[in-house]
Design a protein. Sequence first.
Length: 687
Amino acid sequence: MSESTEEVPQPVYFLCDVSVRMGEDRLILAESMVGHLAAAISSDGLLTFAVRWGIEHYGTSAGSGEVLPLQQVDFTDELPAMRATVEEPALRAAADAMLRRMSIDISQLDADFPEVRPPVIVVLTSGTFTEPASEWDAALGDLMTRNPRIEQDRGWQPTVLFVCLLAEDSTPLERLAQAYETADHYAVRNETDAAVVAHDVVAAIRNSVATGTLRLRYARWVMAEKDLVTGTVLERTTDTEVMEVTAHPFPDVTGALAYRRFLDIGDDAEAHPLDVLIDLTAIRRLPPPDGHADRIVDRVCWPLRVVVGDDPRVVTGLLTPAVPVPFSDADEHGRLVPRSIALLRLDGTAPVPVTPGAVPATIDTVARMRLCADLADTLDLAHRYGIVLGTRTLESGVFRVLRRGAEVQLTDCGDARLGDPADGHAAIGDLTWLARFVELCLIDKTGRVDHVQPMPVFDPDGLDLLARAKSNAPSVIPAAAQWRSYLDRRAVQLQGPPIVNAVSVKPAFAPVGATVTVRWRTSHADEISLIAPDGKLTQVPARYADEGSDQLTVTRSGTITVLLRNKVGERRHETAWVNVFELPRLREVPMPIAPPLTSNRTLHQVGDLINGIWALDDDTVHSALTASSVTDPMTDLIRPQRRSLREMLGGRRSEMPQIFPHDMGGWFLQRPEKSRSRKSWWRFPWA
């Protein structure tokens, strides 16, 4: 740490929104952000001495209020709590109050130090202000350009970082920050985002303290090689060495990373220009262009950081995502080998694949055409970003074949660059390479094909695209979007109508109103419908078109029709016969009629019956049953009859008197007699 660095303070302000717009969730994230920043600054000796920080709350009628005066971080005993007010936030009032406070603080710092660096203002906001978005630029312009010092001859360029907490739409603030070189925008949606943004802000502050200039882009997209811990070498070429990254300082990155170290640097700092690579890396923040749902990072292993060595201006490599596992095959030693698109060449130069089954055969034209279509779509996406990929990047592609298509991923961006918007022919090299690859991938010129295609691979439209691509006229060379559109359409034509691989239905026997399960496995189907025997149509969601199951309610016997459709045609398939039968209803089931409980049965007869059962005396039981049956007029009516449950429970039984024919006291108090085995078969609990 130099003496001059120690003597130059760096003011850092946190302008925190505490208006009614914040809410509890946003306030918790704001406190977390401040806590992360305080911990990172206090753990760095250089920042602990140089940084002076202060906290302002805005969202009141006065614009903002000082909560924590400007001081060193290690002098702060406790962070102030944030409590929301009932007022609306106003950017103009907050900016004016911030200027007033900075004027006082910087005047005091100027009296104590010969030099004070421009402040860093971190605005923690909900992304909403009372003023319309058109007036935000004027408020931010005053904050960025008005010098709070009394003397106006000294330069003034503060840095303003907008941190939007759970903002529904942060696009207006993002556009506002893009208008100034020293302004930036961050979006925080959860605790992980808060830690990542705090890391980027502290990196920018550290760069300002160490070099005297605050370059946000450098702090965000550049890292030192010494901060990486590398492992085994995964791949080596003449100019690049790819190494596994085992440890890195980025908490938001969860996937495997690779360090692509350049071997052709030498002492030439311009071999890989730093500013060009920073601009290229920063593209990963941009949203998808019109006409695409994916970003460039979804199709290419796009760099996360530019890596520099001991000299902060000399690039040593790029930190990129590792090749995804689904795009690799395991060799005989268990090591993952990327499945290169070079395996798809049909000119006899393709290398030997590690897993031949993963490479589409020569006759599998549909899969190959879909691979070419996805590669053309990736190239079109890059060109819409203004990126020229180059031969090295295109040849680094890896692929995988899926049930409903194919996917290509580019892994090496060392040759990519931003094209000149004024140069309309900058992408000609990419388009020529694409046409050549399509021809090598789809047309076998070796004469080894032992299968006759049902139709030519290219129709007249495809042959016309090939002829235009081979011409030397840049104006007629087909664009990547034209190749994608043609290859997608032609792949559907070659695959034909959908194919049914397997269909089953269970159970084969079911009662009326029950459900049966239909399972299927198909190929090339865009949609599936199920038609029950009674004609009821059930539409299956598109995500289950390849393989799935569904349940149908059957009301009659018959087969279930599986109807498959795609852009070419449709196909019907009948399942096995489903037998549907009716179950008898409860009111139709024969049930015996129980004799009614009447008062004709005398008390002593019931008592003799119970006493006989206790004594297990057959004669007593027989006499009691005989006497009971003689005096019971309903004895002859005990026979099976058809009676409904309603009649049994709610009909005649409810009209009969319910009389218990015995003394309740005698029932519980009389002690039972011993059984013949002289063992009591039942005892009272208190006996």
